[in-house]
Design a binder for this molecule. Structure first.
Ligand code: SF4
Length: 360
């Protein structure tokens, strides 16, 4: 039996009322059996009970896509990727540029580069390892993703902790210490909740609970399968948890993007360097993105004029990108028919603004 036991520490207000891991897990799995979300990469509880096993490739691909991306945004990408590259060997054999173009718009492009590197290692080595430590040694697979794959694809009792799980655990135990300092304590409580039987379904049940019931704002405690075990609910503090230390302000950066369009409609692009932000993606030529005002660096001599600016918020900084446009006859470089779908979001915004200015 796995029991959470009484919790200690100044930030825990649940005291002797901490729920037992076994009770929480049993209630959660019962709820999951009836209400599991239907997701294209998931083998639902009925099929799982019939011993249908998840395809590690699909679990891995979904978990890579879900890093920093919502389920709703990831689903169409997942469906396109699996239709085009149905297994690890097919993805490993794909051309980099085609995979990057298919990934365009999903953001965090290092994920796509690592995903391809990982696919090639796995295809060459004969498939997925089934243990967390070996999964963690692969490109693009951090502690969370390794635990999720080990639990979901291989039913290992790995402790799967993301933001959703942290929120559910903080509330179940009424842990009031702020994040990020509280992470280790939350992880220990999540470990205490993880059962030996059906750990993959337990992990997915926790994810579903956090996504659909125990939401950041206005949790639907009345519909929650563990409401009777929840310390935060009993104390009326659910919506205040998890507590967070105040965040430092995101730095502001500026840059210039250039939209040079020929008479036949082709636009000047460049392939960004393989390493760094948006690495390997197609983009508009432009300056570096810096906190100091950018120095103009037009890619060719032309009658440049300003078209306005676009804004994009990355994880570590916010960018204001001024857009300069010019109609050109020709010039050196990569002139292509613009395909916004093949561009990262920030470039898509800049291209849209530039083309509107050129045609307006
Ligand atoms: Fe979250 Fe409310 Fe359920 Fe507690 S009772 S786990 S706060 S939804």
């Amino acid at each position: 039996m796995i029991a959470a036991g009484p919790a200690h520490g100044s930030g825990n207000r649940a005291g002797a009322g901490s729920p037992s891991g076994e009770a929480v897990s049993a209630a959660l799995l019962g709820w999951y059996d009836r209400h599991a979300r239907v997701l294209p990469w998931r083998v639902g509880p009925a099929d799982r009970a019939a011993d249908i096993r998840p395809d590690p490739y699909r679990v891995w691909l979904s978990e890579i896509m879900l890093q920093q991306t919502t389920v709703a945004a990831a689903i169409p990408y997942f469906l396109r990727f699996t239709a085009r590259w149905p297994d690890i060997a097919a993805l490993a054999a794909a051309a980099d540029a085609e995979v990057m173009a298919e990934w365009a718009g999903l953001g965090y492009y290092a994920r796509a580069r690592n995903m391809l590197a990982c696919a090639r290692i796995l295809a060459a080595s004969g498939g997925f390892p089934d243990r967390e430590e070996a999964l963690r040694a692969l490109p693009g697979i951090g502690p969370y993703t390794a635990a999720a794959i080990a639990a979901i694809a291989f039913d290992r009792p790995a402790v799967v902790v993301d933001g959703n799980v942290e929120r559910v655990v903080a509330r179940l135990f009424a842990l009031t210490d702020p994040l990020p300092g509280a992470k280790a304590g939350l992880r220990a409580r999540a470990a205490a909740l993880t059962p030996r039987a059906r750990p993959g379904d337990h992990a997915q049940a926790m994810m579903d609970l956090g996504a659909t019931i125990c939401t950041p704002r206005r949790p639907a405690c009345g519909a929650c399968p563990v409401a009777g075990l929840c310390a935060a609910r009993a104390q009326g503090i659910a919506e205040t948890l998890p507590a967070r230390a105040p965040r430092a302000r995101r730095p502001e950066r500026r840059g210039i993007a250039y939209v040079a369009r020929r008479g036949d409609g082709a636009v000047l692009f460049e392939r960004r360097p393989a390493r760094g932000l948006l690495g390997g993606m197609l983009g508009l030529p432009g300056t570096d993105w810096t906190e100091a005002p950018p120095r103009p660096a037009p890619p060719l001599a032309a009658d440049w004029r300003p078209a306005g600016s676009v804004r994009h918020v990355f994880t570590h900084f916010a960018l204001t990108l001024s857009v300069e446009v010019a109609a050109v006859t020709d010039g050196p470089g990569l002139f292509l028919r613009p395909d916004p779908a093949a561009l990262p979001s920030v470039m898509r915004k800049a291209l849209r603004l530039g083309l509107a200015a050129l045609t307006g």
